[in-house]
Design a protein around this ligand. Structure first.
Ligand SMILES: C[S@@+](CC[C@H](N)C(=O)[O-])C[C@H]1O[C@@H](n2cnc3c(N)ncnc32)[C@H](O)[C@@H]1O
Length: 223
């Protein structure tokens, strides 16, 4: 069984291929830099040297129809709108027919609701949405390195939006609660603090023989 945990961060469940591209994950594979980092504490080194390094904005290194399950938590929102669509299309390509995808992201609607209900002030909205590199508690070096070691959010989602996008790509997609899943070992990969208030969409790749993903450009050319 091939199961991918895309954008794993420091959470590496057993039985999953844990994929990330953070500088810390690179450095963890280089013993010399790892030692220097331990002395100067440049990067938070919770990172394991077991992480499979891949930039999720690029074509995935797995074959078509070769993967059983894709799980990705709090990562899609770190990709731009177009990179995010590409990422989901790559998930579709590598999944086997009937393969499962589960995407967990922060809920923009919940954040906006907190603001309109007066639970957070206007100047806290940007922090909540997570779009800023700004972290005043960081030292000068960390601030300079921010574009390489911080991953601000580049796109936000709510339940209907993510469900629609995944359906358009070709998944049979439904909204789920935390730990409500067809993934047998969801309990080892899902983190309660990540899934609690989040948007969770789980989908299944509909067999390519019965479903043709929407391709608006092609439809326009041929009509
Ligand atoms: C907020 S963390 C989520 C970690 C973990 N999945 C969780 O839910 O706690 C986002 C992760 O996505 C990774 N990431 C962001 N952009 C990426 C990219 N282009 N390729 C691979 N990983 C990326 C970051 O390095 C980071 O580890």
């Amino acid at each position: 069984m091939l199961k991918l945990n895309l954008g794993c961060g420091p959470h590496l469940p057993n039985g999953w291929v844990n994929v990330d591209y953070a500088l810390g994950a690179w450095i963890a594979k280089l013993p010399v830099f790892s030692t220097i980092n331990k002395i100067f504490k440049i990067i938070n080194l919770n990172w394991s040297d077991k992480i499979y390094l891949h930039d999720l904005r690029r074509k995935f290194p797995w074959e078509d129809n070769s993967v059983d399950v894709v799980y990705s938590s709090h990562t899609l929102e770190h990709l731009s709108k177009s990179d995010g669509r590409h990422f989901l299309r790559e998930c579709y390509r590598v999944l086997k027919p009937n393969g499962i995808i589960r995407i967990v992201v922060p809920d923009l609607r919940a954040i906006i609701n907190k603001y309109t209900q007066g639970k957070i002030a206007a100047d806290e909205v940007v922090d909540e949405i997570g779009v800023s590199y700004d972290s005043p508690e960081d030292g000068v070096l960390k601030q300079k390195l921010a574009p390489f070691i911080r991953f601000p959010h580049k796109c936000m989602y709510d339940t209907p939006t993510l469900q629609r996008i995944m359906s358009e790509i070709g998944f049979e997609a439904a909204s789920k609660h935390a730990f409500e899943s067809e993934i047998d070992d969801v309990g080892v990969i899902e983190q309660p603090e990540r899934a609690g208030e989040a948007v969770i969409i789980e989908g299944r790749k509909i067999s390519t023989s019965t479903y043709k993903p929407v391709n608006l450009v092609q439809d326009c050319i041929s009509s």
